[in-house]
Design a protein around this ligand. Structure first.
Ligand code: CP
Ligand code: NVA
Length: 306
């Protein structure tokens, strides 16, 4: 059987995504009731981090333990990965010693090369281009609060980064719309986002216009990891792209607010929005755990109906 990877959102079809959202619900419910769920007993996850993380590391490591398996953490600083070992060689070796690999790295090309030489499933834990596990959790969170995301409008305010690109791929697959507003010069690049062009996305120069009638308003840091040298320039360029109470007011009255975290209050979002009643950021963070447990179970065991 061909190995299945999750390197970008479109590696799954809509049927697989719907299965994962339903399965995450089952797994979350068992977790909340302390019902033992150990389908991955004796399986090992290796997590490779070339960038910092709190949520991704914790949710994968705790998640694998909760599924009955073990997780091993590697980072660039104290492994041979930081000393120039070719990624293809690392993939050959690492994938002989474990059952599944999660990687957080820089260019998407690095994880693609790793996956091409891996004997086991590889999961993207964030690259410069994509953050598919985040959007799996975000859509699961939306469904929990508001039901199906099909036909809904998501407003993305700020940088057209890895998280934005993944929302755009998800919209094409799951048939909802993303209304993006970025400062000039930071617009979405459809090729880099991996879009096929199904007409599920619109760009707006005015962030208020993007938020009008939205079911969900979401944003992310102005400067992603790896782009720190652009920080000062970006602070100036993005000053009018802070999600505030006025933007939430033009969205639907029941609109949710999401942020993948970590957040900078007073930069990309005002404190009264992220800490306000429409914000579901803590559920969103928690759901990384449940969604990724469903993901790892699916990649290793396929669909289960128990
Ligand atoms: N949202 C997210 O991926 O958080 P971490 O960088 O803490 O993993
Ligand atoms: N866009 C951010 C997400 C962090 C979880 C980054 O890549 O740094």
């Amino acid at each position: 059987m061909a190995i299945k990877h999750f390197l970008q959102f479109r590696d799954f079809d809509p049927g697989e995504l719907d299965y994962l959202f339903a399965r995450a619900r089952v797994i979350k419910d068992r977790f909340k009731r302390y019902v033992k769920h150990h389908p991955l007993a004796d399986r090992t996850l290796v997590m490779i981090f070339e960038k910092a993380s709190t949520r991704t590391r914790l949710s994968f490591e705790a998640g694998m333990q909760q599924l009955g398996g073990a997780a091993i953490y590697l980072n660039t600083r104290d492994s041979q990965l930081g000393r120039g070992e070719p990624v293809e060689d690392a993939a050959e070796v690492i994938s002989r010693m474990c059952d599944i690999v999660m990687i957080r790295t820089f260019e998407q090309d690095i994880i693609e090369r790793f996956a091409a030489h891996s004997r086991v499933p590889v999961v993207n834990g964030l690259t410069n281009e994509y953050h598919p596990c985040q959007i799996l959790a975000d859509i699961f969170t939306f469904i929990e609060h508001r039901g199906s995301i099909r036909g809904r409008n998501v407003a993305w305010i700020g940088d057209s980064n890895n998280v934005c690109n993944t929302w755009l791929q998800a919209a094409e697959l799951l048939d909802f719309n993303v209304r993006v507003s970025t400062p000039p010069g930071y617009e979405v690049e459809p090729d880099r986002a991996g879009l096929v062009g199904t007409g599920h996305f619109e760009q707006f120069s005015d962030p208020m216009k993007a938020c009008e009638g939205a079911d969900l308003v979401t944003t992310d840091v102005w400067t992603s990891m790896g782009f720190e040298a652009e920080n000062d320039e970006r602070r100036k360029a993005f000053a009018d792209w802070r999600v505030d109470a006025d933007m939430m007011r033009v969205a639907r009255p029941d609109a949710l607010f999401m942020h993948c975290l970590p957040a900078h209050r007073g930069e990309e979002v005002d404190a009264d929005v992220i800490d306000g009643p429409q914000s579901v950021v803590w559920d969103e963070a928690e759901n990384r755990l449940h969604a990724q447990k469903a993901l790892m179970e699916y990649l290793l065991l396929g669909r289960l109906d128990d």
